[in-house]
Structure formats: structure tokens, C-alpha cells
Design a protein around this ligand. Sequence first.
Ligand code: C2E
Ligand code: CA
Ligand code: CA
Length: 969
Amino acid sequence: MVSVSWMIRQQYLDQSGAVLNKAAAVVTDDLAKRKDALQKAASQLVSAHNVGSTVWYLAQYAHSNLDRETLFQTYLQLARLVRSTGLAAGASKIQVYDAAGNLMAFTTYEEGGCHVGFVDRLSDTRFYVAKMRRGEEITETSLKLVDSVPKVAPSYTAPLPHERRASYAVVDGRASIEVAVPIIDEATDPTLATPGQKLVGLVVLDQTLGQSFAESLARLTDTDIDVFTGDRLGFGTLPAYQSLMLNTPLNLTAPAKDKIWIDEIKVGAVGYYQGVVPLYAHDQLVGGVAILHSKAPVEQAIWQTIHILGLIAVATLVFVLPITWYFAYSISRPLSVLGAIFRGEANTPAPDASNDAERRLESEARNQDEMGALVRSFIAMRAAVQQKIRQIHEINASLEDTVSMRTAALVVKERESRSLSENSPDSIARYDHDCRRIYANPAFLSMAGQPLDALLGKTPSQNPGGPHAAVYEEKIRRVFATGDNAQFDLKWMGKDGRELCSHIRLTAEVDHDGKVATVLAIGRDISDRLEYEETIWRQANFDTLTSLPNRRMFNDRLEHAARYSHRTGRRMVLMLIDLDHFKEVNDTLGHDQGDQLLAEAARRIVACVRGTDTVARLGGDEFAVILSDVESRESTEQIAESILARLIEPFKIGGEEAYISASIGVTVYPDDASDLNLLFKFADQAMYASKNAGRSSYSFYTQNLHISAQRRLRLSNDLRRALAGEEFEVYYQPIVDLGSGHICKAEALLRWRHPEHGLVSPADFIPLAEETGLIVPISDWVFRQVVQQVKYWRDRDTAFQVTINLSPVQVRRKEAVLAEWMAYLSAEGVSGRSVALEITEGVLLNADSSINDKLLALRDEGIQVAIDDFGTGYSSLAYLKRLDIDYLKIDQAFVQNLATDADNQAMCEAIIVMAHKLSLRVVAEGVETAEQRDFLKAAGCDYAQGYLYAKPMPAHEFERYAWSVDVGL
Ligand code: C2E
Ligand code: CA
Ligand code: CA
């Protein structure tokens, strides 16, 4: 209660204080600040009230500290102010007094000018006076210091006269304290003023404002106001208070500056609150404003407040408690239960608890329709929500199951595909849109021979780089651009510098928008396959021994060269080269050395032709050369000659020297034939011509060659008929025992009496018979002829022996011809000693075990074996001994030059000595002269055969000759 009344009281006082402080602020403002307001107020007041004769200013100067000069300037300003105010107000006189009531400035107006002056306060006796015309400015110089106040201004030392009817007013919206003085003559007379009175404010006007100011303030502050000046009450509305205050002066010095203090006083019998606002000017207390509030209304207000509070308290008891209860039990409790349900739902749901709460709620809400409806709808909603939540949980659970199943499946898939790609022998890489590698499998890394980080993020042309990679990258870009997959073979330079080849498949990997996002590149290393194919191709087309094209490739090249020739009109030459004596080299030195010789021969032939020409090996010791763009016959001849020359140079093979030569047949396309088969045949014929011409020579194909070849062909046909047609005949040439001079043996030599050509030499038809295989039946026939003959001759000479030439072809044959022969011998009752077989050295050299066996079987039957043409081939003495050879027949070539050739003599002597050492008998062939015979006889040769004794002759002639002629001489 106390605080409430205090608050109310304080509120009133604060309002009053604010207004009064405002007023005080105006009062305590310094003069310069107030000037405009004063001027305005003065002019308004003067014009409003039509006054104007005298204006007094009351001003206060604390000038004791000022020096004279500053004071003078201040006065000057004051004088100006006074003058301008007076001018504005149209006043005839203005006088300014200080707070002490001393005259400070004055002005008097006259027609056409005025006097302005002020008092030199330091001397108190001197005045500055200026008499000025209208419009003139007061300056320092216009002021004259005079010792006495001009006549126009009253001398004044007394305090300002005081008029108790002075009043307050609100001027221009601002409160100011004024003292209104009626314009009376005394007012200008300082002597009428009450001494010692302190005044503050502006003295204006000739009319009282009366109570208006106090009333204005009272209205503003809604209280009684009285105003004090100095130590007593100035004027007011409350006479009792006036008299009270006159008797008990206020102690205005006590309160602090700018503070309102409040007392409780009694005026008459009535209690008041007295608030006093001190008024200060320049830190000097100049007065105060007292505000009186009757205590009665305040106390009444307090009681009213208490009454209201009481009412409130009662009302609270009457209304608030039930409302609170209502809120607590009707709204907030259901709400809190609802909240609990919510929280329960939000937290772990406890179905029983929430059901409990629901039941409670339902029962509680039964009597409250809206709340009940709300709760019921909430519960329904909650049930629906729970239902939904359950469904969502179920869906979630099934989704989770599905997701985890799918994830597991994906993981398996991912693992499978990763292990697939990581273990793939194919290189796998993926490229992004900028052709940068974003994946590479281990196969790729090992192929590149680089770590993953060196490869990723790089384009093929950055790594590994090079022209192949550029091609590769271009292909990838094309897949990006077109979206079409691509396949191609690409060659790489492998890490070891080996050229590799990959079959690459580029697959466009498309995103959702159907754009190619990445390109997958799968590369299969097909280097081995290519190499294999290459090998197969080489094997199919090239000869492994010499690396030259084989017959198949040769045919291709030949066709190609022919087409070229046909197109350009230039000639093409085909040469067939057959090595002479290669067979002997092969038989003598072995196949390995023979192979080496062939390879070297191939190199020599290649060295003789241009790079654009073809050298091929057709098989065995047969080569072919295709010369394109042939300029002349001479150039072809040169090439053929150089080939021949190179091939007769010795071959150094395995520490031994071997000698061969070659026979070359040459044909010219299209001159000789435009059919390539024919051309080849003609080349073959030409080659045979070279062979027949004595070997180591070349022959161009001619028409004659063809004719002779055709003749050979006819001959071979004739040969088939010869046996049946009994065109053959066996001639016998005697072999003489050099010691006794008796004819003890004969060599059976075959003769063909051709019905057209007459006698054909065996040198001509034996090779033909060997080629055609006719040699077998022919030899058979010869053998039987000889057996029959020797059977007959044995009757005459039991030791007589006929030697039969055995073809190598026949010896090598698998058929048991020899066995048949021996059976024939025994069937005829002819001793094996009666026949001897002549074989050439070559047969022995490569004799395999079957030939050995055959020869040994012959020995068992007592059939002797002679080595024919000994010395021309490659003989091995070891064979001679091991195979139990009986005779050596020194070749005619050694015998025929014996007289003149010391080498041949030595050779014959050596052969004879050696043969004898090995227990072999020696037959000299081709003995034509007595000198030869004598030399051989002297050298110890056992037998001789030759024209010196007799040419081969028919049996009946031989009979006559052998047993009638004694050649022993
Ligand atoms: P070959 O076995 O060296 O026969 C010796 C050849 O020398 C015979 O030639 C013979 O007439 C010839 N001749 C003998 N003495 C002299 C002489 O003093 N001076 C000269 N210049 N020549 C002499 P032919 O009969 O023309 O036989 C040639 C070759 O035919 C034989 O050489 C032999 O290898 C082969 N031949 C002959 N008859 C047969 C046969 O029935 N079977 C087989 N497989 N080959 C046979
Ligand atoms: Ca012979
Ligand atoms: Ca011979």
C-alpha cells in the first residue's frame, strides 16, 4: 500500500518536475541563447498587447572575474541587443539591470535616432554612451565613455523596482518566467524599487497575465503550483500557503541543484505534499517553483488503488481460481496427457501405458464435448497413424530385406565381375569422355609393364604414346562420337621391344540419357596366334632349310611376274637350276652336311640376282629363279653364268670341301610359251639339255630341245614295248686275268636294238628305264639271260664268271628281287660263283641295314660283289671291308690317261695296293692300249677289261672269241 501510494505520488511529482525542469532550463539558459526567444516574445507581446513605451531587461552577469576589455565587449553586445530589441519592440526606452538591480544598459529613442549606453560596472560611475541615427550600428568607436549618464538616461543605482503582479507565461510554446510590470512612471525610476530584491527574468509589458501561467502549469501538471523567488513565496493561488510560506521561509540552499524535494506540510487543516524545484542561473540559486498537492486526493487515489487491489484480489479468488482449475483440468491436463501420448509415441511405445492414458482421457473427456471430440478424433487419428506407421514399418522391413538381398546379390555380382576382369587374360580398360583411362585390369598392367597410377588418368597417346596409340585413341573417340562398337587388330610395341598384336573390341557404355558415358576396351593378345599363323604361312610357302619360297609360293610369284610382264610388255625369264653331283655329296657327307650345302647354294644363287627377282627351292637340289623386267638375253646369260661360277666354288662344310656344279635351263616369257605350265616344262627340258651337255652349263630353251625331249618321251614309251618285243640283247665284254692272260670273266652289257633308231646306248636308255621303273623288269630279264648263258659256258670253263650291272634303283627297292634271283640260280642249278654283281659306290655309302643284309645274303650264296667305276665317287674303305666286297673296278677315267698322267698312275697304284691290303681284287676298266695294260700289270692289277682286248659283243661272238683267241700275250 505504501509503495502504491508512493508510486502514485511520485508520478504526479515527476510530471510536475518535468514541466518545471523545462521551465528552469529556459530560465537558466544564458542570455545569448534566449535572445531570439526574448526578441520574439517581446515583439509578440508588444504587438499583441499594443504596448511599447518601456522595456526592461533583467539580466544577470557574473562579471567579477572578467577583465575590462571582455566586459566592454559584453556590454557592447548587450547594448546592441538592447537597441535591436528596442527597435523591434518600438519601445521608447529600454533599461537593463543586473541581478543585483544595477542598471547595466539603457536606450532612449528620439526622433531620427537614439542614445544607447551602458554602465561601466567597474567604475560604477562612468557610462558608455552612443548617440546614433536610425540604421547605424553600434561599434566600439561609436561609444563614448562619459563620466556622467547622459541626460536622456536616468542615473540609477538603486535596485529594480519590484511589482508583485508579475506573472508566468507560456511564450511560443515554451515556458518562461516573466515578471509583468505595469507601465508606470515609477518603473523607470530605480528609486521606487525595493532594495535587495533579486529578480530573474524579463520584464515586459503593461498588462498582467495574472493567473494564466500558473493555471497553464496547473493544467499541465494537474496540480496546484506556486512560485517562489528568493526566500519567499512570490505569488500563488493558495493564500493560506502564501502566508504559511511567508512565516516559514524555504531553505532553498539545502536541496541539491536540479533536484525536486518533497515535504509533507499542513496548510490550514489540510495536508499537502510540497514539491520544490530550485531554479538556478549560472550556478546561483535564484529561486524555486513550489508544487502543492493536496494529500486528500492522493490518499484517495491510494485508497482507490487499495480498493481496486482488493477487488482484484476478490475477483481473483472468485474467477481466476475456477478458471485456473478449468484450465488445469479441462485443457492443460488433457493436453498434457495428449503430450504424454505424443511423447510415448515418440519414445519407445509402451502399449499398455498409452492405452491406460487413452482410457483415462476418454473417460475424462466424456463430459467435455469439444475436448472429448478432439481427444477422440486424436485417438482415432493416432490409431490411423499407428496403423500407417505399422504399415510403413512393415514396408520398411520388407524393403530392408529386399535391399539387403539385392545388396548381397550385387556384392556377389560385383565380386564375380571383378574376379572375372581381374583374372581375365584379356586386357580390359575403360575410358572416359576425354579418352582418359579410368580403369585397367591386371592383364592390362602386365601388358603395359607399368603400375596402375602411371596409367590411370592418361590418354593412350599420353601413355604409352606413339603412332599405334594415336590410332587407338582415334578409334575410341569415334565410338564416343557415333555410339557404334568397334573391333580391330592393333599392333603395339611391347615392353620388351617385341611387336605385339591385340584384337581390340571397343564397347560403348551408355548412360540413362542414351549418351556414351564411357568406352570399354577389351584387348586379346593375338601375337602368338599371328606368329603361329605366320609360321604356318611360312611353312606353307617357304622352304624351312633355305628360307626361300617353296614350290607353292614359286607358282604364285610366277603368276604374278607373268601378269606383270603381260601388263608392261617386258620379258620375264624362268630359270630352273639343278645341282649336279649333289646326290653324291649327300650320300658321302650325310644329310646334315647336304642340307648345309643346299642352304649355302641358295645364298649364292640369291646373291646373283636382284632383290626384286625370285629365287625358290622347288625340292631336293632343284631351284628356280624368276627374273622380271628382263632387258636382254645378254643380261640373262650373265646371271646364269654368275650362278654357275658361284656354284662351282668349293663349299666348306664341316671341315671338308665339297664340289658341285649346276645345270640351268632358261625359258623366256612370253616368247617360249605364254602358258606357265608349258613354260615350266620347257625350262625343265632346257635344264636336261644342260645336264646332257655335260653339266655345269646353262641352256636356253629351243625348239630342238623340245624335239629331243619329245623324242625322249617317245623313247620311254618305246622302252615299255622293248622287253616284250624282244628288242633287248645282252652283249658280253671279256675280262682278262693279267697274270695268266686268260679270259676268265665277262661283263654283261645291255643293248637295245630299236626297230627305227637301231642300236641305242645304255647311257641313253638306262637312266630313262630307272626314271620309269622299267629298270626292274629289264634287269630281271638280263639276269635270266646271263644265268642261262653262264650255265652253258660253265660247261666249257667251270670257273667262268659273268658280272651283271645292278642299278642303284634296283638295290634300294624293297621287293625281294635278289632273293628271287638266288632262287632262280639254284633252280637252274647254277652256282653263285658263276655271277658277280657290279654296284656303284653311292649304293654303299648310304647303305642302310637292309642293303647290308641283302649284300650279306648274296655272299652266303657265293655271289661276288664288285664296286664299279671306283674312284669317281666318294668311297669309304671301311665299307669295303665290312661288306666283304670282292672286286674294285678302277674307272676308265683313271686308266685311259695312265701313260701321260702321273697322278692317275699314282692313283691306280694306290688303289691296287690298298685293295690288295684289304684282300680285294682289282679290275681295270677301259684298257685300250698295251702301255696301259703293261703299267697295270706292273702295278699288280689283277684283271683288265677294255677295247684292247675286245668290245662288248653278242654271246655267240663272245664264245668264238673267248675260246678261240688267246689274249694272254
Ligand atoms: P659300265 O658298267 O662302266 O660299262 C662299261 C662301259 O665301258 C661299257 O659301255 C663298255 O662298252 C665301255 N667300254 C669297255 N671297254 C672300253 C674301252 O676300252 N674304251 C671305252 N671308251 N669304252 C669301253 P656301255 O656298254 O655303253 O655301257 C654303258 C653303261 O651302261 C655301263 O657302264 C653300265 O653302267 C650301263 N649298263 C650297261 N648294261 C647294263 C645293264 O644290263 N644293267 C645296268 N644296270 N646297267 C647297264
Ligand atoms: Ca659295269
Ligand atoms: Ca664301269
